[in-house]
Design a protein around this ligand. Structure first.
Ligand code: ATR
Length: 281
């Protein structure tokens, strides 16, 4: 039996088992996907035990292990190295390899919801990113790969935004701001929240979207709630908006393929059902 996990700590809320088990149920794969809740001090022993488990085919990695786990792998691919975090571990031949599918998930969701010519046009504008944590790093990496070149990073802690800009400064132009109010200017084509603000149990974003051009697209990677205050503000202004649930599904697809060898079906109707399932749990 092929055994995969999500490896993290305090992860009872993780949606990954729901998604992977749903795909397993719809294939004939003899596989399992379970939660592995591991404290940081037990990570080394856990990685040794996983290597010894002949059923183990790989795992997703989440907080707080996304960086520390790199020390226990045989190889880290270019994407994970550039993002500085691993969210998926799998066997490439004999080698336990780390990758990161978050940038892919973000961009796949964007392309699913924004038509090609419109996305192309958006590349001429400024991308305004809220937040400078691990999620922001993955989103930024993905957008640079897609050809976006002009960014504003807005973050409470200025130094973190500056560090993020610095690590990509050879690839794109950056401006950093640390104001608390989100007030995007008229040259912004994509406004993206990558921070935890607006998530259930967290304070809302303090945002005023009246400066945005009517062609601007507003994206939130938060999916609980699905329609954050930011997205509702965008809808009131008739701006195209993209919710965060699709990123969650899209980042899981290549991981499932790495673990179980089959790319999960990707049709709108099947995805809609799965999104409903994820959102109601
Ligand atoms: P992730 O890996 O999911 O991106 P993270 O690295 O903890 O998580 O980053 C969370 C982001 O949300 C950061 O940009 C953080 O801002 P700081 O860099 O200033 O910590 C932002 N964030 C979280 N809580 C916030 C709050 N109350 N006000 C403003 N920003 C907040």
């Amino acid at each position: 039996m092929k055994q995969a996990y999500v490896l993290g700590h305090h992860i009872s809320h993780s949606k990954s088992p729901l998604i992977h088990r749903h795909w397993l149920e719809h294939t004939s794969i003899d596989g399992r996907y379970d939660v592995l809740d591991i404290a940081p001090e037990a990570l080394a022993d856990t990685m040794t035990a996983l290597r010894q488990n002949k059923d183990f085919v790989g795992c997703n990695v989440t907080m707080p292990h996304k960086q520390k786990v790199m020390a226990y792998l045989d190889d880290i691919d270019e994407t994970a190295r550039a993002i500085g975090a691993v969210n998926t571990i799998y066997y490439e031949g004999e080698k336990l390899t780390g990758t990161n599918t978050d940038a892919y998930g973000f961009c796949a969701n964007l392309k699913e919801h924004v038509e090609g010519a419109r996305l192309q046009a958006a590349k001429k504008g400024v991308v305004h990113i809220i937040g400078a944590g691990g999620a922001a790093r993955a989103v930024l990496y993905g957008l640079i790969q897609e050809g976006f070149r002009d960014f504003v990073i807005q973050n409470r802690t200025r130094e973190k935004a500056e560090a993020l800009a610095f690590s990509y400064e050879k690839d794109a132009r950056f401006r950093v701001i640390d104001e608390t109010v989100i007030n995007p200017s008229s040259d912004v084509s994509l406004l993206i929240n990558t921070s935890s603000l607006g998530m259930a149990g967290h304070p809302p974003l303090n945002s005023d979207l009246k400066g945005l051009d009517l062609r601007a697209i507003v994206i939130d990677i938060v999916y609980n709630p699905l329609y954050t205050k930011l997205l509702l503000q965008a809808q009131v202004r008739n701006l195209h908006s993209v919710t965060g649930i699709g990123m969650l599904l899209h980042q899981a697809r290549p991981a499932f393929k790495h673990f179980f060898g089959i790319y999960p079906q990707a049709d709108t109707k099947a995805d809609h059902k799965l999104k409903e399932l994820v959102l109601e749990k």
